[in-house]
Design a protein around this ligand. Structure first.
Ligand code: A2P
Length: 285
């Protein structure tokens, strides 16, 4: 193995100064009734970064798992997101308070606009509310999710406030280089959601071949690729052994040729989640 990025950094410093553990635990698609148990297990295994969203309906259960940690809760980096239906200045501030209550935390580490919902034309005024939360110290960092280059550019042009993070779908089959380049150009940290392609990319023959060559698992190959690229990454699993496996990725590296092979798998047609130009489910429930 070459020392391409041996022991990749465990934390990333975000714009504005907050420090985020580079590998976190994702809770998208974990049903509320399973979330407290899964999050508790992840925390027990050493995850110190949990990602949730008002729209996942599992913030309260993440809050329960955090509360059980007692004073160690302060060491856990917590991200949540604003529901699309709550966009707008006043509604975003009210929704934030509800999220904070459900999570049972005083300060949210990272608060994200979940989707741009461009047709509604509300993300710029929503962003001004986020800037207020940052100024007041209610959040340590603010960011966006699913923002394409045009949304990111407009937000920055109209407010002068650059997001710390853009959380977008990234996995080997769909690494959307144009969006990621726009993040880099603005100094916005990329967070990869569905980093394993919701499991689908684990079967890709390029991935499985690299895993066999290195004596690691396909999930570890993909996660190491994300870490090498400097992305924050939030794999999801409800199985303890997989949670452990996904955390155990800091003691091997990928050759440049392997990184290039993984980069080469991108195809615009491989998006799994919704398209940010049109996605606008209200998530009001
Ligand atoms: P499960 O939750 O049953 O363990 P993503 O993070 O890209 O959304 O991928 C999550 C999917 O990948 C889930 O279906 C999860 O299944 C599965 N998964 C997560 N980690 C691993 C792993 N190390 N090996 C195999 N499958 C995994």
């Amino acid at each position: 193995m070459t020392a391409n990025n041996l022991s990749g950094p465990r934390s990333v410093r975000l714009r504005g100064g907050a420090t985020i553990p580079q590998l976190g635990f994702g809770t998208f698609q974990i049903p509320p009734e399973e979330t407290a148990q899964a999050a508790t297990k992840a925390l027990e295994l050493g995850y110190r970064h949990i990602d949730t969203a008002a729209g996942y309906d599992n913030e309260a259960q993440v809050g329960e798992a955090l509360k059980a940690l007692g004073s160690d809760r302060d060491d856990v980096f917590v991200t949540t997101k604003l529901r699309n239906g709550e966009q707008g200045y006043d509604s975003a501030l009210a929704a934030f308070e509800a999220s904070r209550r459900r999570l049972q935390v005083d300060v949210v580490d990272l608060y994200l606009i979940h989707w741009p919902v461009p047709r509604k034309e509300k993300y710029v005024e929503t962003w001004r509310a986020f800037a207020k939360l940052l100024d007041e110290g209610a959040v340590r960092a603010i960011g966006v999710s699913n923002f394409l280059p045009e949304h990111l550019g407009r937000l920055i042009d109209e407010t002068g406030v650059v997001p710390a993070v853009n959380q977008v779908e990234v996995h080997p089959g769909f690494s959307q280089p144009t969006t990621l380049e726009s993040c880099v150009a603005h100094g916005v940290t990329v967070e990869a959601y569905s980093p394993l392609g919701q499991g689908a990319d684990l079967k890709n023959p390029v991935v499985t071949k690299i895993a066999a060559d290195l004596g690691v698992t396909p999930a570890q190959v993909i996660l190491q690729w994300h870490l090498n690229k400097g992305r924050v990454v939030i794999p999801k699993s409800t199985h303890a052994e997989r949670m452990r496996e996904n955390l155990d990725v800091f003691d091997f590296s990928l050759h440049q040729s392997q990184l290039d092979a993984l980069d080469g798998l991108h195809d615009d047609g491989n998006r799994i989640g919704n398209d940010p130009t049109t996605a606008e489910f209200t998530q009001m429930h």
